[in-house]
Design a protein around this ligand. Structure first.
Ligand SMILES: C[S@@+](CC[C@H](N)C(=O)[O-])C[C@H]1O[C@@H](n2cnc3c(N)ncnc32)[C@H](O)[C@@H]1O
Length: 224
């Protein structure tokens, strides 16, 4: 994407009422005004909150919001020019239960209060295979502890990926740390019991992987 196009998207994001871009300073000082108040002050309802971490263009956030109008969905990514697509689709379709948030996922516990979130989706994350990159892997112990803090005790985490490495790493970690694995499959389109939310929504990256004949994996779990 050219820089002119990116700038136009950044400007539009500023004006979109479904896009939130907290400053790093307010997050680091733990002074973000919506923390603990997402339902009352942003969505103005009492419906459950579902997050998509690393949402890219926001296809999962949009797809899930169409499947379940009785929940609030927030797509999170550091790349605003990407989720501009999802934000624009939500505005054009008048989806009131969708928002996009530009931030580092590392700061998630400054954005949501304890027990504020009902469910998390992690869709096609970069597997960060190199040892030096482990700290950026979205299912490492440190991230899981942050998710545990913002999630309700029964809250669910869903990981959908084409990366055998990410699938295996996460399963091993979940077993090792004693978390509850609710569902795990290494090839969701070859399993008739795969949930609809997993097979009926396909992201930009997923379509590329499917064209290459790669299996898509899925794990649903609770952090103990
Ligand atoms: C491989 S893409 C997947 C995008 C989308 N989920 C899909 O399936 O098409 C990973 C996305 O996660 C975002 N991301 C990775 N690490 C992040 C972090 N620590 N904080 C915020 N966004 C992050 C990237 O900007 C990128 O858009």
């Amino acid at each position: 994407m050219g820089s002119k196009n990116k700038l136009r998207r950044f400007r539009e994001n500023e004006a979109f009422e479904n896009v939130i871009q907290p400053s790093r300073e307010e997050l680091e000082r733990d002074q973000f005004s919506l923390k603990g108040k997402w339902k009352q002050e942003f969505f103005k309802n009492d419906n459950p909150i579902v997050l998509e971490l690393g949402c890219g263009k926001g296809e999962y956030t949009i797809g899930l919001s169409k499947q379940d109008a009785a929940k609030n969905f927030i797509g999170i990514d550091i790349k605003g020019a990407r989720f501009w697509r999802g934000a624009k689709t939500a505005i054009e379709g008048d989806f009131k239960n969708v928002a996009f948030l530009r931030t580092q996922i590392e700061l998630i516990d400054c954005i949501f209060a304890e027990n504020e979130v009902d469910e998390i989706w992690i869709t096609f994350p970069d597997p960060q295979i190199k040892y030096k990159r482990t700290k950026h892997r979205l299912t490492n112990t440190k991230f899981l502890q942050k998710y545990k803090y913002i999630l309700k005790p029964e809250g669910l985490v869903n990981l959908k990926t084409d990366s055998e490495f990410m699938h295996g790493y996460t399963l091993g970690l979940l077993h090792g740390e004693g978390h509850e694995i609710i569902y795990a499959h290494h090839d969701i389109y070859k399993n008739e019991y795969s949930p609809k939310a997993v097979t009926e929504i396909q992201t930009f990256y997923e379509k590329q992987y499917l064209n290459q004949g790669k299996p898509i994996t899925y794990i649903q779990f609770r952090i103990k």
